[in-house]
Ligand binder design. Structure first.
Ligand code: SF4
Length: 402
């Protein structure tokens, strides 16, 4: 799918074998929530995220044990045929870990450094410079990732002080937004002054409120040409997290801002981590920016549908398509653009079904299942009886294969 939305022009940055920037599709990232020291558990979660469609996966590297486990994680993934680029998330002790665990430094494709969580004063510059030196030595990309919750206090204090001396001081939130942007840009400038190429740098400025995120990224986008990673931090659980992230990222993506995205969802206890990947893909696909999995159009149902048959059929077909995609994507290029419609009754069913590549219209309430199926806009067959779901799935599968 080619997007009609013009992208903000950026530099192109390589993260392992994945390129990021305005010449490339907006990339989907995710992050593990396992203890990285648990190599087996972390590798399994990375594998699941990758299978779900994550193109880069970030892992916490917060301790000697975590850094020591990174090469083992990489080896396990390699044995499973998974070569997803890994990003190491470094904070206060990143310099020591990169120094003491050279294999970890080598295996990672990108270092994420939060300049507000490296240290204070001269020590901060020394540690940050060392991490940049390692990125230069190993030729790794660096994301300078500023976060509202861990903003560099020296910059925040300096800017609040400057603001207080203005004849018309700005509101505190506006000063803090500016401080976020300045922290990211000044850190990038520092990294370049120490020899890191501008083509190795990405930026992010994460905040937790939708309007703040939009304002910060609009401003940041106009002041640099580094690729930008978008994400609403602490977006929240369930529908709140999905809606907030989609609202914020949707506005920015529509303006051509954003080169990689992550939907940060707080998982339900025991919940599926891959949901954040699915939501990110669906956001990009529904906006017409990329295609990942054939999308199923389904009506919301109404008083004409008192049974849940059509909702179950829509859900089953969407799940079936998603499970098939890792194989279908390579065997049947373009399959991700396919459109499937599952409609509850004949009011809108035939019309919507004809617009899809394959559509089925169920009979509404209390009737014997008699379901016309449309293929490429023409009525093909009418399914009847209790095996409509299986037969429709077989028709979809046959359509893809032939
Ligand atoms: Fe209701 Fe039929 Fe419209 Fe679905 S297609 S919302 S069942 S009228």
């Amino acid at each position: 799918m080619t997007s009609a939305i013009p992208r903000r022009k950026t530099r192109q940055v390589r993260i392992g074998h994945v390129w990021v920037g305005s010449d490339h599709p907006v990339m989907v990232q995710s992050m593990t929530n396992t203890d990285t020291a648990d190599a087996e558990g972390t590798a399994r979660q990375i594998f699941e995220l990758w299978r779900a469609g994550s193109e880069v996966v970030r892992i916490t590297v917060n301790s000697a044990e975590a850094a020591a486990a990174v090469p083992a994680i990489w080896e396990k993934l390699d044995n499973w045929g998974c070569r997803v680029p890994l990003v190491g998330d470094f904070h206060f002790n990143g310099d020591r870990l990169l120094r003491d665990y050279p294999e970890c430094a080598q295996v990672l494709a990108k270092y994420r450094i939060n300049p507000g969580n490296v240290g204070k004063g001269a020590k901060r510059d020394e540690k940050f410079a060392f991490m940049v030196e390692k990125a230069i030595e190993y030729q790794k990309a660096v994301r300078i990732g500023v976060n509202w919750g861990s903003l560099d206090q020296a910059i925040a204090a300096r800017m609040m002080d400057e603001n207080s001396r203005l004849s018309q001081p700005l509101p505190a939130e506006a000063v803090m937004r500016e401080a976020l942007i300045v922290s990211a840009l000044e850190s990038a400038e520092q990294a370049q002054s120490w020899g890191l190429s501008a083509d190795q740098i990405l930026l992010s400025c994460k905040v937790s409120h939708v309007q703040d995120l939009i304002a910060v990224y609009r401003d940041l986008a106009g002041r640099c040409d580094y690729p930008l990673h978008l994400g609403l931090t602490e977006a929240g659980m369930g529908s709140k997290g999905i809606v907030a992230s989609s609202a914020a990222l949707g506005v920015l993506l529509q303006e051509g801002i954003g080169d990689t995205i992550r939907i940060s969802l707080t998982p339900e206890p025991g919940g599926d981590r891959t949901k954040e990947v699915v939501v990110a893909q669906e956001l990009l696909q529904t906006m017409g920016l990329r295609s990942f999995v054939p999308l199923v159009t389904a009506c919301p149902g109404c008083g004409r549908t008192t049974s849940t048959v059509f909702q179950e059929l829509a859900q089953d077909i969407q799940n079936f398509l998603r499970v098939q995609m890792p194989i279908w994507r390579t065997e049947y290029p373009g399959v991700e653009d396919m459109k499937v419609a599952v409609m509850g009754c004949v009011v809108n069913g035939p019309g919507e079904s004809k617009l899809a590549d394959i559509g089925i219209s169920l009979p509404g309430t209390g009737e014997v299942p008699v379901c016309p199926v449309y293929i490429d806009g023409e009525k093909d067959v009418t399914l009847k009886g209790g095996r409509v779901a299986e037969e429709f799935q077989a028709i979809v599968e046959n359509y893809v294969r032939t």
